[in-house]
Design a protein around this ligand. Structure first.
Ligand code: CTP
Length: 423
């Protein structure tokens, strides 16, 4: 089968020219270049995918170096892995030396040696990801499909290439479910059995790799389907005994998507995922997945605020009270609780803080207060705090209002109470 027409149709002109240039340079070095993996699958499905992976039969780094010399591409080479990234103004291209992989034990990183295109395809996760398209001049566009990937695409099947695939690399269990849900495919019968059989090997996978797979899941259009299915298949309890994929998650993920910019969504999903966790549960989860300090703080804050939500479920709360109840929490944790809470009052108070109260500042600053005769130090701190509170509660609006209040406080030789406690 020849896919030249599809390549010309789907790839942007600029990208196509880059790819052809690389293939031309490769020919001069006596090498052949292929498009591989996701882009081939998506070309056959008719989905756009400009994330191109190229496999070179021969040294990919040498080829990339030559291409970088003759173009304006920036080169990032990994000699040890025989891979290179070419960064252009609008695109990046990944080049890899065709390789053979062997796994010493489950979960270990593979031992890699140079190989043929066929070696490179057979080491891959699923048949639908194990196809290539030749970019060489003599057979440009020819599909290389030694493992019936095209037929599996047509039958809507996810199929591993050999019985050791999941145990070699158990992240493929998570990948299988991600593709199954993204494309609405099914597991081929033996693949389904192998997946079940090899579930325990997920324990051999490092936290970083599991977290990375969750991050990929969170980039899907509807990650809740993947999470739900991972629950059904018994994958979630292996990652953490407290993880659940249920209707609650589905509803809240959907709500998060309506609210948030895509860049912030993955962190929101992570926090929603652990919303029903205990304190011990969350600590185990953070350690298992080696979650960053920043996200860990947001996740812990999410649960801390959850236990304090009843304090926000009162209609009589003044804006300043809401402010003092919430100011210590990570904004992300507040947002998560706004999504998670079923009380419209709580939701309203949390949103008020996020959209308005946290940005409220006094108009007068320290210098201006000094000019009014208020001395720097604790006295000024107290005056600023009263001004801020009054501004939050709408008792002062203009700078003139603030001046008036500051002077009246000075006349009283005013001292405020200490700040109300946060929890
Ligand atoms: N791959 C694999 N085993 C893995 C990860 C990746 O065999 N554990 C192979 C697959 O052939 C895959 C390719 O490496 O197609 C590139 O991986 P990746 O960029 O993660 O996937 P894409 O196929 O590009 O798919 P998508 O980004 O659409 O999920």
């Amino acid at each position: 089968m020849n896919l030249a027409r599809q390549i010309e149709q789907y790839l942007p002109r600029q990208l196509l020219e880059l790819v052809k240039d690389i293939s031309g340079q490769a020919a001069k070095q006596g090498k052949r270049v292929y498009l591989v993996g996701g882009v081939v699958r998506d070309l056959l499905l008719g989905y756009p995918n400009f994330d191109l992976d190229l496999v070179v039969e021969g040294d990919a780094v040498k080829l990339a170096q030559r291409v970088a010399e003759t173009s304006r591409a920036k080169l990032l080479a990994h000699h040890r892995f025989g891979t290179a990234k070419l960064r252009y103004e609008n695109f990046t291209l990944d080049l890899a030396t065709a390789r053979k992989e062997t796994y010493a034990k489950p979960g270990a990183l593979p031992t890699v040696t140079p190989g043929t295109l066929k070696d490179d395809l057979v080491r891959r996760d699923f048949s639908i990801n194990a196809m290539a398209i030749s970019l060489a001049a003599n057979d440009y566009g020819e599909l290389v499909d030694p493992y019936q990937g095209k037929s599996d695409l047509e039958h809507r099947l996810i199929r591993v290439l050999h019985t050791g695939s999941f145990s070699d690399d158990a992240t493929r269990i998570l990948r299988a479910v991600r593709y199954e849900q993204r494309f609405g495919f099914e597991f081929e019968a033996q693949t389904a059995q192998l997946l079940k059989r090899d579930l325990p090997t997920l324990d051999t996978i490092s936290g970083d790799r599991i977290r990375h797979e969750l991050e990929l899941i969170f980039k899907e259009k509807q990650p809740e389907f993947v999470i739900n299915r991972l629950g059904e298949l018994g994958v979630l309890p292996i990652i953490s005994p407290f993880l659940k994929g249920d209707g609650w998650i589905a509803e809240k993920f959907d709500r998060a998507r309506r609210l948030k910019k895509p860049t912030q969504l993955p962190s929101l999903y992570f926090c929603l995922l652990i919303y029903s966790f205990s304190k011990t549960g969350i600590e185990q989860f953070l350690a298992r997945l080696n979650i960053s300090a920043k996200l860990s703080r947001a996740m812990r804050d999410t649960l801390r605020l959850k236990t304090n939500l009843p304090l926000l479920d009162r209609p009589s709360l003044k804006p300043s009270e809401i402010y003092y109840l919430l100011r210590e929490y990570e904004p992300l944790a507040i947002q998560v609780n706004a999504i998670a809470s079923d009380s419209s009052m709580v939701h309203h108070h949390l949103q008020l803080f996020l959209t308005e109260l946290r940005y409220v500042r006094t108009s007068l600053n320290g210098e201006e207060l000094k000019r009014l005769g208020i001395s720097a130090g604790p006295e000024m701190g107290q005056v600023l705090q009263v001004l801020h509170k009054a501004k939050l509660d709408g008792e002062v609006r203009t700078k003139a209002d603030e001046k008036k209040l500051a002077l009246s406080l000075k006349a009283l030789d005013f001292h405020t109470d200490p700040e109300p406690p946060v929890e």
